[in-house]
Design a protein around this ligand. Structure first.
Ligand code: NDP
Length: 425
């Protein structure tokens, strides 16, 4: 049997992550962190002219790198013999797709359209930008208001502040980063405050007005107003299902539009499949990639592979970073009879000479009955790099005794994870 594959993409190859997500975001995080690095180097004897920053250079270099990645993605498809259609794909029936007027018929359809940022329905919402636009700003604003208390909000608050923008973050609840360990949330709040980010909790934006001089006036539901130059909303993403032609087929969706699939990513229309953010399980690139690998194995390699969604590590690239895997302390208390909590908070060695007041936090949650490590949490430099390795240990079922038997690498921050001996709770 001759098999033929094709993709349809209306914008740029690589999706959100490569173009308006993880990759350019991390480049911006690196850019913003140089500010502190330059200042802190004085403690190590370096002297230099005050550093200056050029936003246009950063954006141009970022664009060049993203274009290179787009090319690599296209090349990978070419090498795999995949036909690539550029245009908006709309399903016409279970075997027919319309791509900007061109009809394509197929045996199977896989929907991997991802997600799209949501915006509040408030007066003046047209003056508010999302993560889709923030990567292409012509000028870096002097002041910025970031709305939300999740991944994108805390990451961009850090990026703006690091680049010298006077930054306020407004979150609707009493403390941001809901779902993360309580100690982590408090620690990040304290660290962002040290970086002069103005945190406003219990704050809901009610309207936005553009002043005659181009500045923006944000009004909150409690009547407070704020003048700023840019408002970035980061209040979640919804499945990208609009105008896909789903009404022409029998594909069941959740109330938020997410496509409902079974363990093999099959929708209620037997030859249509979906995976990634459009099914709204866990909105992370590596999760979508893993789902895709399971799907490909099942469909084309004759092996039925079901993804294991447990123990997925994640990082938030706020400054300092958060990284975490497994249960929070509160989740572990709710699920297990007795847990032990090991916790270490300290000033990193590097900052003994920089004068920085930044601190790091490490936390292990252990089930007492089995000694199994249930959760690992960190706030600190390179937390993502450290937790990735520990996520392997947790996936392998490591007990606290295994952590204790592991000899540390000295002097590192990561060695704290194998030297915490006495539980704090
Ligand atoms: P998140 O789901 O992380 O956070 C959304 C935030 O917006 C929450 O604080 C939420 O508050 C708040 N919110 C939701 N609705 C409203 C509303 N109507 N009014 C005011 N506030 C609201 O979404 P993000 O947009 O930050 O990111 C989208 C997803 O992308 C993330 O969930 C993550 O999976 C992924 N991502 C991953 C990254 C990484 O791996 N480093 C980086 C960036 C994104 P509440 O908690 O009260 O509901």
């Amino acid at each position: 049997m001759v098999r033929a594959w094709a993709t349809a993409e209306e914008k740029f190859m690589g999706g959100t992550c490569v173009n308006v997500g993880c990759i350019p975001k991390k480049l911006f995080v690196y850019a913003s962190h140089y500010h502190e690095d330059f200042n802190e180097s004085a403690g190590y004897g370096w002297q230099s002219e005050p550093a200056s920053f050029n936003w246009q250079t950063l954006v141009a270099n970022k664009d060049q790198e993203i274009a290179r990645l787009n090319g690599i993605y296209e090349g990978l498809l070419d090498q795999a013999g995949v036909t690539h259609f550029t245009g908006r794909a709309r399903i016409r029936d279970a075997h027919t797709i319309d791509i900007d007027g061109k009809r394509v018929t197929t045996d199977k359809i896989l929907i991997a359209t991802g997600g799209w940022p949501t915006k509040q329905d408030i007066p003046g919402a047209e003056h508010v930008i999302t993560s889709n636009e923030v990567f292409y700003l012509k000028h870096l604003p002097k002041r910025a208001l970031v709305l939300g208390g999740g991944y994108i909000a805390v990451e961009f608050a850090g990026i703006f502040a690091g680049l010298g923008v006077s930054t306020e973050l407004a979150y609707r609840g009493p403390l941001f980063l809901r779902g993360f360990d309580e100690d982590v949330r408090i620690m990040v709040k304290d660290e962002l405050l040290k970086k002069q980010i103005d945190l406003q909790f219990n704050a809901t934006l009610a309207s936005v007005q553009r002043n005659a001089d181009g500045t923006l006036l944000a009004t909150f539901s409690d009547g407070r107003t704020l003048e700023t130059d840019l408002i970035l909303t980061a209040t979640g993403r919804k499945p990208a299902v609009d105008d896909l032609g789903l009404d022409t087929v029998n594909v069941a969706q959740r109330d938020n539009g997410a496509i409902i699939v079974d363990a093999f990513y099959q929708t209620t229309e037997p030859n249509i499949y979906a995976l990634g953010d459009v099914i709204d399980r866990i909105q992370l690139t590596p999760v979508a990639i893993h789902e895709a690998m399971c799907f490909a194995s099942t469909q084309f390699a004759g092996e039925s592979k079901v993804m294991d969604y447990s123990g997925i590590a994640t990082a938030v690239f706020c400054q300092p970073n958060i990284a975490t895997v497994g249960l929070t302390e509160a989740e572990a208390r709710a699920q297990y009879e007795t847990i032990a909590v090991f916790r270490s908070e300290f000033r990193p060695l590097k900052h003994t000479l920089t004068g920085s007041a930044e601190r790091s936090l490490m936390k292990l949650i252990v089930e007492v009955a089995t000694d199994r490590v249930l959760g690992i949490h960190m706030v600190g430099a390179e937390a993502g790099e450290i937790i990735q390795g520990l996520a392997v240990a947790m996936k392998a079922g490591a007990t606290k005794a295994v952590f204790d038997q592991t000899v540390g690498i000295h002097p590192t921050a990561a060695e704290e994870f194998v030297t915490m001996r006495s539980p704090v709770a």
